[in-house]
Design a protein around this ligand. Structure first.
Ligand code: PGA
Length: 256
């Protein structure tokens, strides 16, 4: 059975104390996760050490600490950057890459994301690889080609084993991120089915069936269960609704 995952992406929000409190409350109140279910907290860099301690204290199975970015270089003169080794030192096991905000505001290219993918895989990290189209591409109806290019240029060079063991794909239509506009279940299912078909044509049907594909973009307590009920939607990458226990917990529960 492929993994179901709910990952919270806090973005640049919360104080260190607020983040620790959030983890404490969510871990205390969430249902016991089944073997194939995971919850990941993707905190800002400055939170990671404390967040790791909170997760250790809570000692809940299948809960993990994630970062929202990394630099692919091992060390050196990269002012302001954080290496994967540094993240591991803080207890991070999962890293989001390719988020549209990083592509858009920090000009991250498919080539650069390929480097990050390779560096993370080499360091045995779990990759949450984001893809998704802007509104004008959706309106032009060329979203499948757009997403296929993102995946082909940054991800599909990895081996089937690496993909199955270390990679989760998150489809996040940019027009749905932080806008309150969610993709309809049909739109989400159609794209997730397309991504799985691409995986099947590249790696074979068996591998494709094993890859977790998350939906992200205004996923919240009231729409999560419906989105997660789609055949090819295996959970969510959650922004705004991941910042409070009362909005995040019901999304975790919707993974059932
Ligand atoms: P949102 O963000 O849930 O606030 O739309 C999702 C994301 O950017 O990962």
């Amino acid at each position: 059975m492929r993994k179901k995952i709910v990952a919270g992406n806090w973005k640049m929000n919360l104080s260190i104390q607020e983040g620790a409190n959030l983890i404490d409350t969510v871990c205390a109140q969430m249902p016991t996760l089944k073997e194939h279910q995971q919850v990941v907290f993707c905190a800002p860099y400055t939170h990671l050490h404390n967040a790791h301690l909170s997760l250790q204290k809570a000692s809940k199975n299948n809960t993990f600490l994630g970062a929202q970015n990394c630099n692919p270089n091992a060390s050196g003169a990269y002012t302001g950057e954080i290496s994967i080794g540094m993240l591991k030192e803080c207890g991070v096991s999962n890293v989001i890459i390719g988020h549209s905000e990083r592509r858009q505001y920090f000009n991250e290219s498919n080539e650069f994301l390929k480097q990050k993918t390779d560096a993370l895989l080499a360091q045995n990290m779990q990759v949450i690889f984001c893809c998704g189209e802007p509104l004008e591409i959706r309106e032009a109806g060329t979203q499948n080609d757009y997403v296929a290019k993102q995946l082909q240029e940054s991800l599909f060079h990895v081996t089937a084993d690496q993909l199955q063991q270390q990679v989760v794909i998150a489809y996040e239509p940019i027009w749905a991120i932080g806008t309150g506009v969610t993709a309809s279940t049909q739109q989400a299912q159609d794209m997730h089915f397309f991504i799985r078909s691409l995986l099947a044509s590249t790696y074979g049907a068996e591998v494709a069936a094993n890859i977790t594909i998350l939906y992200g973009g205004s996923c919240n307590a009231s729409n999560a269960a419906e989105l997660f009920s789609c055949t090819d939607v295996d959970g969510g990458l959650i922004g705004g609704a991941a910042l409070k226990p009362e909005t995040f917990l019901p999304i975790i529960e919707a993974m059932a």
